[in-house]
Write a protein that binds this ligand. Structure first.
Ligand code: NAP
Length: 248
């Protein structure tokens, strides 16, 4: 059976859990993970109630021991991993360049970039064992040089002026770095038959109050699932939203 691990999938309203649900519906055994096992145990049970094969795993991107233990558990149960969805990320506040706290900046890079790298590195032997691994780095148009308005201007109801007052430069830079990491990973892992792509889910309603201008979570997750289930001759080292390539 094909297996998929989704990091940061411990919030029912989040993109990670919805991605797990959609991959499960496609026949994957999905491993939902979060910093604390208590966050994901009930979610895995909920998926099982829907007829989806699911397990729960504690996985904290910032804790090497946690990442190692998680990898050992997956190895013991499956001996391989077919899909890694690097979904976990964080944004600490929204001050811009002038006001940003450097400790917060470090934490964001540590999680979104170094943490993603660390999880990918640790699970690499299992992805190679799959023979046709897929890595999806959940990124954002905010990190694109081409899309400085985050693709938002086309969303009906979006209030650019209000959003413009909330710069997210630090978070955006972590996604720029993640896009760069996607390219490097894709190049290095090609010979292992692993396809690596970055996906922007679009502005998605994963927080209360955002439904007015953001898309439903099921729509945001679709593009992630698309990249996770690419055929063997599919693209690698590219950036997508809704299965359509985005410029960096
Ligand atoms: N929603 C959007 O409009 C949008 C747009 C573009 C890109 N994205 C990207 O989509 C992904 C999912 O976002 P979302 O909107 O669904 O938000 P979310 O629910 O906050 O998802 C992020 C998850 O990452 C987890 N996380 C943070 N630090 C972690 C760590 N050290 N170890 C393990 N897990 C950790 C969080 O866990 P806790 O719940 O425990 O804090 C949270 O569940 C993120 O990569 C985000 O940048 C979202």
């Amino acid at each position: 059976m094909r297996t998929a691990l989704i990091t940061g999938s411990g919030r029912r309203e989040g993109l990670g859990f919805e991605t797990a649900r959609q991959l499960g519906a496609e026949g994957f055994h999905v491993i939902v993970s979060a910093r604390q096992l208590e966050q994901v145990g009930p979610l895995a049970a909920e998926l099982a109630d829907q007829g989806i094969e699911a397990s729960a795993l504690a996985l904290d991107l910032l804790d090497h021991a946690s990442v190692t233990t998680a990898m050992q558990r997956v190895n013991a149960q499956f001996g391989k991993l077919d899909v890694l969805v690097n979904n976990a990320a964080m944004m600490v506040g929204s001050p811009g360049v002038a006001e940003k706290d450097m400790d917060e900046l470090l934490l964001e890079f540590q999680t979104n970039v170094v943490g993603t790298w660390s999880v990918t590195q640790k699970f690499l032997p299992l992805l190679i064992a799959s023979g046709r691994g897929r890595i999806v780095n959940v990124s954002s148009g905010a990190g694109s040089f081409w899309d400085p308005d985050y693709g938002l201007v086309n969303y009906p109801g979006f209030e650019m002026e209000r959003f413009g007052a909330m710069p997210i430069s630090a978070y955006a830079m972590t996604k720029t770095a993640l896009n760069g990491l996607t390219l490097k990973m894709a190049k290095e892992l090609k010979s292992d038959n692993i396809l690596v792509n970055a996906v922007c889910p679009g502005v998605t309603a994963t927080r209360p109050g955002t439904e007015a201008f953001a898309r439903p979570v099921a729509d945001g997750a679709k593009g992630v699932v698309w990249a996770a289930t690419l055929p063997d001759d599919g693209p690698t080292g590219l950036f997508f939203r809704d299965g359509k390539q985005l410029p960096w």
